[in-house]
Design a protein around this ligand. Structure first.
Ligand code: SAH
Ligand code: SF4
Length: 360
């Protein structure tokens, strides 16, 4: 059995081309696209301004397939974690993947926020950072464009909210699923799609240099966050094995290139790990690394992951590190902790499922 074409896998241009090939006038593509993303149609039958014969024809040739909700958990702070059951299809065996809805009183820069969606791009991750839950289980598979977009549509539908911020900071390394993530980001940004501005979409990468070079050339319509976690090559290699083939000096060059071309600062994510990268000399190294880079630093308190050998520093230590950077004139923010009680915070995604699978 072949899997029917899923229209959520197409950007506007592709949709227009496909429908023209199938004999419709060019404007039908834009019309269908609007039904998907502006009017949130559930099926071709809803598309009442299309001729009935066309609606029937589309229903026989294509599908509008969303994600199937497996479970949902609500945190005391209002954060909601969604676990989706992926189908077994051309993309590979059925895996589960998580996304998070984060209600924000203010965003990290103190601007009023509403709802942030945190999306996954892979079931698992091949980068195997030593502090991260997602890298622990065996890698599952890349998500399709429809599965990335489906997380937003599914969460919006379930919660009756719409998102004004998207962060690609869930499970997986977005650059390692380059094509599908890129297309999903274009649908998010397209004014006729979900219509989120470049500054409202942030893609976080562990820092794969060749992919980032391509990302700059392709001009993804997003802001960039890079997981740095240490400006010391030895420490970073211990935390992130990819540092060996993607060293800090080259990483900096590509980040400078991004800031020059896009005229946007890059966000550096820095998880504070007790006695590993939270000492005054670590702050000094971070400062030296950043001083000629247009950037802001996002400090993240480590969220504990059972079985992994790391701890969070004390609040005093976190404050001291932040103050140290501030005194040096750096733009530094401390990420609010959300959804820890349901393991929905940064780096906790994917762990519980693994435990489920191991024990069931
Ligand atoms: N793979 C990408 C995006 C997903 S990870 C990346 O690594 O950037 C999103 C963020 O969560 C990254 O900054 C990552 O380093 C951080 N993170 C991972 N594990 C964490 C943990 N246990 N506690 C806090 N943050 C964590
Ligand atoms: Fe993958 Fe990011 Fe986790 Fe590293 S921190 S294992 S790159 S998801």
């Amino acid at each position: 059995m072949t899997t029917p074409i899923n229209f959520y896998d197409f950007n506007r241009e592709e949709m227009t081309n496909l429908l023209t090939e199938w004999g419709s006038p060019r404007h039908t593509g834009a019309q269908v696209y609007q039904w998907l993303y502006k009017k949130k149609a559930k099926g071709f039958g809803d598309m009442t301004d299309l001729p009935k014969a066309l609606r029937e024809d589309l229903s026989s040739k294509a599908a509008l397939s969303g994600l199937r909700l497996h479970t949902k958990q609500v945190s005391q702070d209002g954060t909601i974690k969604y676990l989706w059951q992926l189908p077994t299809d051309a993309m590979g065996p059925g895996a589960t993947v998580e996304s998070v809805l984060i209600p924000m009183a203010r965003d990290e820069e103190g601007q009023p926020g509403r709802f942030t969606a945190c999306l996954s791009t892979q079931a698992g991750c091949r980068m195997k950072c030593t502090f991260c839950a997602t890298g622990v289980p065996k890698f599952g598979r890349n998500l399709s464009t429809a599965e990335i977009i489906g997380q937003i549509l599914g969460m919006e539908q379930d919660s009756s909210t719409s998102f004004n911020n998207v962060v690609v900071m869930g499970m997986g390394e977005p650059m390692d699923n380059y094509e599908h993530t890129q297309k999903a980001m274009r649908i998010l940004n397209d004014p006729e799609g979900l219509g989120l501005g470049r500054r409202r979409i942030t893609v976080s990468t562990s820092g794969l240099i060749d992919h980032m070079t391509r990302f700059i050339k392709d001009d993804w319509p997003v802001s960039l966050a890079v997981s740095l976690h240490s400006a010391d090559p030895e420490i970073r290699s211990k935390l992130m094995p990819i540092n060996r083939s993607n060293p800090l000096d080259k990483l900096k060059k590509v980040m400078i290139d991004f800031t020059r071309k896009r005229r946007l600062p890059v966000t550096l994510e820095y998880i504070l790990l007790k006695d590993v990268n939270d000492r005054p000399e670590d702050a000094q190294k971070l400062y030296s690394y950043c001083k000629d880079l247009l950037c802001k630093v996002n400090l993240i308190r480590y969220n504990p992951v059972p079985t992994l050998p790391f701890n969070a520093p004390s609040e005093e230590r976190v404050d001291a590190f932040r103050e140290d950077l501030k005194k040096r004139g750096m733009r530094v923010f401390l990420r609010e902790r959300k959804g820890v009680d349901i393991a929905a915070a940064c780096g906790q995604l994917g762990f519980e499922n693994q435990v489920d699978r191991v024990t069931s």
